[in-house]
Design a protein around this ligand. Sequence first.
Ligand SMILES: [Zn+2]
Length: 305
Amino acid sequence: MKRNSTPFIYHPIYSDLVLPPRHRYPIGKYRALQQWAVRHGAKPEQWLTAQPLNWDKVATVHCRNYIRRLQNNDFTKAEWRRIGFPWSQQLLTRTLTSAGGTLQTVEVALQQQLAIHFSGGYHHAHYDWGSGFCLINDLAIAARHAVDNLGLSSVLIFDTDVHQGDGTATLFSNESRIITCSIHSQKNFPFNKAQSDIDVGVADDISEADYLQTVFDTLESAINRFQPQLVLYDAGVDIYQRDDLGKLGISLAGIYQRDLQVLGLLQQRQIATAVVIGGGYQRQLDRLVTAHGQLLRAAHHLFSA
Ligand SMILES: [Zn+2]
């Protein structure tokens, strides 16, 4: 199916969060990517503004007591250290908005086949604990919404961020309608891996050709086996050879090829695809945004008339 433009879901709050100086989280990348997209021809009508979730929606996947403690800044120092952000009201609002954006991306993707969220992929958030910059699991909330409220019976979460989607895996270990699949660096964080429905832990010295073949084969076999009506695709770019937290050696061209083959296969099978940009931690912002931009290039190549 060819269309003129892919819907982009975004909110300025994604980059507005104030963090301590030299904090390793690249908070500026969301706005920089939005500006990159505009410079590369995104039209005003493509943009949709993300809407924050309410806490009841968060409770569809997270523990009520965890939510209360998060709202009240009632975590221990060790818990905050594991999360990696300092508490603020702004952090809560940003987190709810980002999760709302992923849910909205799912709804739009079901109508228009493809939608891209300029945030999302907080896959290290578990039922009652957060970790690795993740407080609430947007992928999980959106997938649960799709099966509980939108009538879907098979949803695939296809996660190619360099880190395993451990929170998503544990949240859905007993949910047969939601299939979790993670392709990640076996030796990277989280060091205690969870069990997804499909896990592919790759070696850090995997060749680019083998990595790309692995991604394609894993997605194709998951589609054939589970016949998903919707795929949530985490297109994290911390697989990039210049990433500060990743350990793989994938080039910029490799990121483009990965996204092109994932989106291409899903387009060919006519499966609705909701994409989140996921991780990417290179400190050099221009390079980081160029890496995330490969996703937009791939979508443009496939979906523009
Ligand atoms: Zn990551």
